[in-house]
Design a protein. Sequence first.
Length: 201
Amino acid sequence: MDQFEVLDGLPATGPMYVPVSSSTDPFYSEGYVVRFFSKNGAEWVGNFRPGLGEFSGTFGFPEHDKVLVVAGGQAYLMSPSKYEPLLKFGGQIEEALMNEDGDLIFRDLIRIIVIRRRTGELWMSERISWDGLRNLKVAGANLSGEAWGPTITSRIQQEWVSFDLDLRRKKLTGGSVGKTLSGDGGILFDAYEYPTSLWAL
């Protein structure tokens, strides 16, 4: 059974849609629209408020009765049977990749966000870039790419610095932040692990 269907816009007929937002502010504009199908056969339409990013997409985890909606960079973890998000994170997600294990790998402008499909672990890397990541490639347990930053001698000049992130050990090598601050890639900060498995929410 399908968990969801991404719609081109708000339905002209049928029950009223449910606005879903990352804040408590009212949201009435058309956003990213998804129809959900719960296990008991009920259907409802969610109108998701976009964040500040360019990426939108929806990912199903039927084995855990969860759906992850990313609307304009803002991520919402949903259950098809509930109107309220179980968790909200991101805000400026720009790209999504998936590795051979089905893990989701997101990039925003400064770091990497990973959801492990098997365990439901959510973790975010320390800051890798000052303002931009590009050319991501996944090879086994390794993620490589380039991070934007000013040069050590000038904040006017720009450069793209390579990095490698071990997705199993959660260890970063390279990137533009540590290079600018210390001359190497060894400064790690702002790493975060969500304390509970997403599948337990």
